[in-house]
Design a protein around this ligand. Structure first.
Ligand code: DQA
Length: 139
């Protein structure tokens, strides 16, 4: 099984950025733990701060990956283009958020992506990604 994780803007700064919201672990360290736990799953990782690069990645893997775990960061709340890319591909996409966006500012309550996703997982810290992978692994 082949799962693609895509992280959007500012998520390269996990472990440095707003630690009280996003925790103090960097994503690379977390990814290493995930890969050790799910040795039977190939977990590919891509991060970009650029909207078009995220769309290109969705096009690239969206017809071959078994599933995509997507944290689009703030693009979640703004990007019709990423929403359209998710609708255009075959692979199921699970939207994830580290923080509970519903406990935060109102502009984070709206996702333009969610309607095109298999489901949404938010508020479990980095464990949100693992929960998404569990779901994809269970079909
Ligand atoms: C986030 C929530 C977004 O509102 C924010 O813009 C992010 C991170 C999260 O993982 O909690 O960059 O997607």
């Amino acid at each position: 099984m082949n799962v693609q994780i895509i992280n959007g803007p500012n998520l390269n700064l996990l472990g440095v950025r707003e630690k009280s919201v996003y925790g103090d672990k960097g994503f690379e360290e977390y990814l290493e733990q995930l890969r050790k736990r799910y040795t039977h799953i190939t977990i590919n990782y891509f991060q970009s701060n650029v909207e078009g690069e995220i769309i290109n990645k969705l096009h690239e893997v969206g017809f071959t990956a078994d599933g995509i775990v997507m944290n689009a960061g703030a693009y979640t709340h703004t990007s019709i283009a990423i929403a359209d890319a998710i609708a255009a591909i075959k692979a199921p996409v699970i939207e994830v958020h580290i923080s509970n966006v519903y406990k935060r500012e109102e502009f984070r309550h709206k996702s333009l992506l969610a309607a095109n996703c298999k489901g949404v997982i938010a508020g479990f810290g980095l464990d949100s990604y693992r929960l998404a992978i569990e779901n994809l692994a269970n079909g």
